[in-house]
Design a protein around this ligand. Sequence first.
Ligand code: SF4
Length: 353
Amino acid sequence: MEPEKENSGTLINSAIADESKFEYKRILTGDRPTGPLHLGHYAGSLKNRIRLQDRYETFILIADIQALTTNFEHPEKLKENIFLVALDYLSAGIDPNLSTIVIQSMIPEISELTTFFSMLVSVNLLKHNPTIKTEAKERGYKELTYGFLGYPVSQTADIAIFKADLVPVGIDQLPHIEIARKIVRKFNELYCGKLIEPFALIGKFPRLVGLDGNLKMSKYYGNAINLSDDFDSIKIKIRSALTDKNRIHPADKGNPDICTIYSYHMAFSDETLVNETGYNCRNGKIGCVKCKENLFAVIKNLLEPMNERRARYLNNKDEIWDIMLTGTKKARLTAIETIKEVKESMKILYAPE
Ligand code: SF4
């Protein structure tokens, strides 16, 4: 494969969807079931999925195979984690009548397509993917497994198998969408294929900082507010969050731009409260304790209806598995159709299927 020539910054921009210009049809989105979803997931992409689910046909993939890229030593945890992620989706407002929730490993055509796509991408391109590089560094990986390096190839197959043209993702995943576009383009050029080059849809707050001020809220760093946390825990977490360290007294003039709490206000509070908070902080008119209480009230308000739905679903756990299995069965029909088309394009459909 020829070395990639394009400038990655330009490519990344070209991968972002412009909702006002394109008429998209189908969304593919999802998460690796490695633990509970948190406010970062909600602000980065889940909110968008809920907003768009009645406008586009939506497939939400619980990517259990991809969870193994970093958790291969504990596959026994997957079943429980799949359940918890589905519970988080439904509690947050994903409507199973509008969105199809799919378990990745139950669609074998995805693995098949991943294998075909892996022929079309250079190891060099995968190695230089900034998301993979950052994650490998953060996790202290000295040697990368084939599966970890190939995660974006598997993700490309997820998107292509369902013929999705729009992918709501957090900003971290943007380089993966560009790789997906390259692979699909190459497939179409080589085999006269008709696969769709997807676009990324980035949430308004694509990356929520962690409670400790770390650039990213993550279950891995233990700096997250989970959607399933109880209110007492959330209160304690908010109290512990990093603020402007130079502020000692409530009358000290602060800088909200370097404050974790203010960034959460921007993500979750209404405009009036955001503006008031910024003004009051800069002019020493509000203490951090009060400011955190205001934020807690906002988060509580956001999570209360989710908690009500969560309680309802927890009373009927079988319903959650039914939703996932029904969704997977429905999604597989599309996957079977796509893999047939892929093989036809590649001229390797040896017998009628
Ligand atoms: S008043 Fe609010 S925005 Fe300002 S530093 Fe304190 S917590 Fe942050």
